[in-house]
Write a protein of this length. Structure first.
Length: 49
């Protein structure tokens, strides 16, 4: 579940980078959240569903 959400956040971040209209730092906050979720998933050692 966390891995899926993280992938979605990364995709949204990439879409935000590729568009001409960005909402300031919100796009980069999505990237940070996605990376943190991936790291937590790896550290906990849970298998992604």
């Amino acid at each position: 579940m966390l891995y899926t959400i993280a992938v979605i956040l990364i995709v949204l971040w990439l879409v935000g980078l590729l568009t001409t209209y960005t909402m300031g730092g919100v796009v980069h906050v999505l990237l940070v959240i996605a990376i943190i979720m991936i790291i937590l998933n790896v550290v906990r050692g849970r298998k992604a569903l």
